[in-house]
Design a protein around this ligand. Structure first.
Ligand code: ADP
Ligand code: MG
Length: 212
């Protein structure tokens, strides 16, 4: 067994088979460096270039923590744009194929709110979305994050660029302090230290060279 194999991780055999079916033969460097800590529940901040497999790094980790029988939101992934949120949801659905009945909902701005309200009558296990719209649902009380286990700030550099700092801070204020917080970014501009320091607890810092 290769040291880069997913089977070096403590994952359900159904997930290992699913990864094999997806053609994920080996972990990418960012997955290999971050997944053991993520699976242990540690906070991680990770920097690796676009296309390096960051979604599966946090996705495999957060799926491992979902209790399907609890109909509450257990994981939230914040993304800078609707396109990126859609990509993350799609990848999470592929990664979730090993288990049945995991409900993943995408909530983004620039979309009508009425269908989102209908979808939230029963809380999903996982929400992926953009900060402004998530904030709107939290204020309305239509989305509840008091049982959140894992918060992911994906493409954190771009979210800062787009001026989402305050929205992110507001969203985080609805989550329990016990949560695990994962921060993923292609670059570490100024501001990353500040949000990491504010929202993470003794994060493991992982940087894979060859940034973009
Ligand atoms: P990033 O978020 O770092 O830009 P993505 O998570 O979008 O990268 O992944 C880029 C591509 O690599 C996706 O098509 C994904 O399905 C694929 N991928 C991720 N992990 C692996 C792996 N271990 N083996 C093969 N392909 C992978
Ligand atoms: Mg990504």
């Amino acid at each position: 067994m290769s040291t880069h194999s997913f089977s070096t991780l403590t994952l359900p055999s159904e997930q290992l088979s699913n990864l094999e079916e997806l053609g994920y033969a080996q972990m990418t460097p960012i997955q290999e460096a971050s997944l053991p800590a993520i699976l242990l529940g540690q906070d991680v901040r990770a920097k690796a270039k676009t296309g390096s497999g960051k979604t599966a790094a946090f996705g495999i980790g957060l799926l491992d923590k979902i209790t399907v029988g609890d109909f509450v939101c257990q994981s939230l992934v914040l993304c800078p744009t609707r396109e990126l949120a859609d990509q993350v949801s799609k990848e999470l659905r592929r990664l979730a194929r090993f288990t049945q009945n995991i409900k993943i909902l995408t909530l983004c701005g620039g979309q009508p709110i009425a269908p989102q309200l209908d979808s939230l009558v029963h809380q999903p296990h996982i929400v992926v979305g953009t900060p402004g719209r998530i904030q709107e649902h939290l204020r309305k009380g239509t989305l509840k994050l008091d049982k959140l286990k894992v918060l992911v700030l994906d493409e954190a550099d771009r979210m800062l660029d787009m001026g989402f700092s305050e929205d992110i801070e507001d969203v985080v204020s609805y989550t329990p302090p016990s949560r695990q917080t994962l921060l993923f970014s292609a670059t570490y501009p100024e501001g990353i230290d500040r949000i990491s320091g504010k929202f993470q607890r003794q994060p493991l810092n992982v940087e894979i060279e060859g940034g973009d």
